[in-house]
Write a protein that binds this ligand. Structure first.
Ligand code: DX5
Ligand code: ZN
Length: 213
């Protein structure tokens, strides 16, 4: 059974109270926070939302996705929020091992995010240690993009590593009720979904539709 992580990238940041009232009423397990620095990707969300406020408003565990350059330098800020997961990208990250160690030594689960055009063979050195692989099903940078169908093949390949290791597969980008069923059948553990959920007039029903309820 998959769990749902709601990406808030496309929600109304001027009224977080109302947004979280709705989010808290759903069957989702996590709130997915997309942190972008204007360098790793062109958008910069570092001052878009108030993380401390979100921490107090949310009754969901936090799932932090860092799309930032040199994440090792900035990890502490996110560790202090005591999220369930912190994911860092594999790409352009010479200190990935240090990042994973630092996250896990603070008793937080460590994820490695991988872009659509990165071969999963580059995950091999980390696969035994990580708690989650965050498969990007769009190129990072914006919400509301179309799900890339090449993701399905990637999940199948990753499932081969899963037999001997103990990580979760999370899928992020363009997830909606048209692709969720297939993602379930491929044993995706966590479905991250943003615009489909937060722009839906009934987020509770929309979450249920991703859970096949
Ligand atoms: C993309 C982000 C995703 C995205 C999800 O850079 O990492 O989390 O916002 O939003 P949707 O579901 O709208 O693609
Ligand atoms: Zn994300």
């Amino acid at each position: 059974m998959s769990e749902i992580s709601i990406s808030i990238l496309d929600c109304n940041f001027n009224d977080l109270e109302t947004e979280f009232e709705k989010i808290n009423s759903t069957d989702a397990s996590f709130v997915h926070l997309d942190i972008m620095d204007g360098i790793f990707v062109s958008r910069d969300t570092r001052n878009t939302f108030d993380l401390e406020k979100i921490k107090t408003l949310s009754n969901k565990k936090l799932d932090i996705h860092l799309m930032i350059d040199k994440p090792i330098k900035y990890l502490q800020r996110y560790i202090d929020l005591k999220p369930e997961y912190i994911s860092v990208h594999l790409e352009k990250n010479s200190k990935l091992n240090e990042c994973i160690n630092k996250i896990q030594s603070n008793k937080i689960k460590a994820g490695v995010a991988i872009n659509p055009d990165t071969d999963i063979k580059f995950l091999e050195p980390y696969i035994k240690q990580v708690d989650m692989i965050l498969i990007m099903s769009v190129f990072p940078g914006e919400g509301g993009q179309k799900f890339l169908s090449s993701t399905f093949e990637k999940i199948k390949l990753l499932n081969q590593y899963k037999m001997k290791n103990n990580f979760k597969i999370s899928v992020d980008g363009g997830v909606n009720n048209l692709n969720s069923e297939k993602l379930h059948s491929l044993y995706s553990d966590i479905l991250v979904s943003g615009s489909f959920l937060v722009k839906n007039e009934d987020i509770k029903i929309a979450v249920k539709s991703l859970l096949n309820k």
